[in-house]
Design a protein around this ligand. Structure first.
Ligand code: ADP
Length: 187
C-alpha cells in the first residue's frame, strides 16, 4: 500500500495555535506529516531557523503526547524550493492552511505553479474558526507594541510567549522596525 507523506511548509515565525491545528487535522488525513520550516534569508524573521525548529519540535511532541492517534510528525528545516524538498522526501502532496479568500487566492496560484512545474498536488485545510484571525505577522506586530505579551495567550502557546518576551528583552532589529513604523511620534 502506498505510504502517503505530506509536507506542511511554512515560515512558522513563530508557530501559532492555527499552525498546530492544521498539523493536528492533517495527521488524520495522511500516513506521515513533515513540518518543513523554510530558511528564507530574504524574509524578515524574528527567530532563527534553529530556534523555530526547536520550538516547533517541542510543541509537536506535546501534541503527539496529547493525541497519540494519527500519523507520525517530523520537523525539519529546508532551504531552496519547497517542491525540490518535497521531491527529495518523496511527498504525495503539500499541505497548506487557508484562513480566508485572500489566502485562497494566493494559495491557489502557488498550488497551480507547483503542480505545473513539479506535478505536486496541494491539499488545503480550512482554518479552525477560532484561529482564522491568527497570523505570525500579527503576533510579531503585537510583540513589538504590547507592554504585556500575555494578551497573545489565545493565539500562541506559553512557550512561544516566553521566547517572544526573551527576544523583546534582548532586542531585535525586526521588533524595533515594527515599533518605529507604528510610532506616530516618529513620523
Ligand atoms: P508562509 O510564509 O509559507 O505563508 P506561514 O508560517 O505564515 O508561512 O504559514 C504556513 C501555512 O500555514 C500557510 O498555508 C498558511 O496559510 C497557514 N496558516 C498560517 N496561520 C494559520 C492559521 N491561523 N490557521 C490556519 N492556517 C494557517
Amino acid at each position: 500500500m502506498t505510504h502517503h507523506l505530506v509536507i506542511y511548509p511554512g515560515s512558522f515565525d513563530p508557530i501559532t495555535f492555527g499552525h498546530l491545528d492544521i498539523i493536528a487535522r492533517g495527521r488524520k488525513l495522511f500516513d506521515e506529516l513533515v513540518v518543513a520550516i523554510g530558511r528564507n534569508p530574504g524574509k524578515d524573521q524574528i527567530f532563527t531557523p534553529d530556534e523555530r525548529v526547536e520550538m516547533v519540535t517541542r510543541l509537536v511532541d506535546e501534541l503527539l503526547e496529547r493525541e497519540p492517534d494519527g500519523a507520525s510528525v517530523r520537523v525539519e528545516s529546508f532551504s531552496g524550493l519547497t517542491v525540490d524538498f518535497a521531491r527529495r522526501r518523496g511527498a504525495t502532496a503539500l499541505l497548506r492552511g487557508v484562513r480566508n479568500t485572500f489566502d485562497l487566492q494566493y494559495e491557489v496560484q502557488q498550488a497551480l505553479t507547483n503542480r505545473e512545474v513539479a506535478g505536486l498536488e496541494t491539499a488545503f485545510i480550512v482554518a479552525g474558526q477560532s484561529f482564522a484571525y491568527t497570523s505570525s505577522s500579527l503576533i510579531k506586530q503585537i510583540t513589538a507594541m504590547a507592554e504585556d505579551l500575555d494578551i497573545l495567550a489565545s493565539m500562541v502557546p506559553p512557550l512561544v510567549i516566553e521566547r517572544l518576551a526573551q527576544k523583546k528583552r534582548e532586542g531585535s532589529p525586526l521588533l524595533d522596525r515594527l515599533r518605529n513604523n507604528h510610532d506616530p511620534e516618529s513620523e
